[in-house]
Design a binder for this molecule. Structure first.
Ligand SMILES: [Zn+2]
Length: 139
């Protein structure tokens, strides 16, 4: 009796999945570059859940259960790695770096280091930034 109920539940779940899939198909939108992978992952999770269920109701031997579970988990790891690889390659929305001018060019009578461009209010023999002698630095 339990087996019949389980079989009915599984069949129902499959039918439901198929029906939902068909309804969803007309509007396929590539939302994310990993969407199909996420879908695969979800299916593996479903498979693991079904597997555990079937094991619990006694449809599978411990050995079959462990072996299939290991297979599914290995596939899950592969899909997960693929997702991470895709996400790493994909142009993720980057935070714009702050616009800092390469060389500060402050206005006014500042003394600039000819080597690194650092500006100083007083003339100096040596640049306080890079330590190089500043040509125009002699007072
Ligand atoms: Zn310098």
């Amino acid at each position: 009796m339990l087996l019949v109920v389980a079989a009915l539940l599984v069949t129902g779940a499959i039918l439901f999945t198929l029906l939902v899939r068909q309804k969803d198909l007309p509007a396929p939108e590539p939302v994310s570059p990993v969407e199909h992978l996420e879908e695969r992952k979800a299916r593996i999770y479903d498979g693991l859940r079904d597997l555990t269920f079937e094991f619990r109701v006694g449809k599978l031997s411990e050995e079959d259960y462990q072996r299939t579970k290991a297979d599914l988990q290995a596939e899950l790891a592969r899909v997960q790695a693929e997702i991470e690889a895709v996400l790493k390659k994909a142009p993720a929305p980057k935070v714009a770096p702050p616009l800092v001018p390469a060389k500060p060019e402050p206005a006014g009578d500042l003394f600039h280091c000819p080597h690194c461009g650092a500006a100083f209010e007083r003339p100096m023999k040596f640049c306080g930034e890079c330590g190089q002698p500043m040509r125009g630095g002699e007072a």
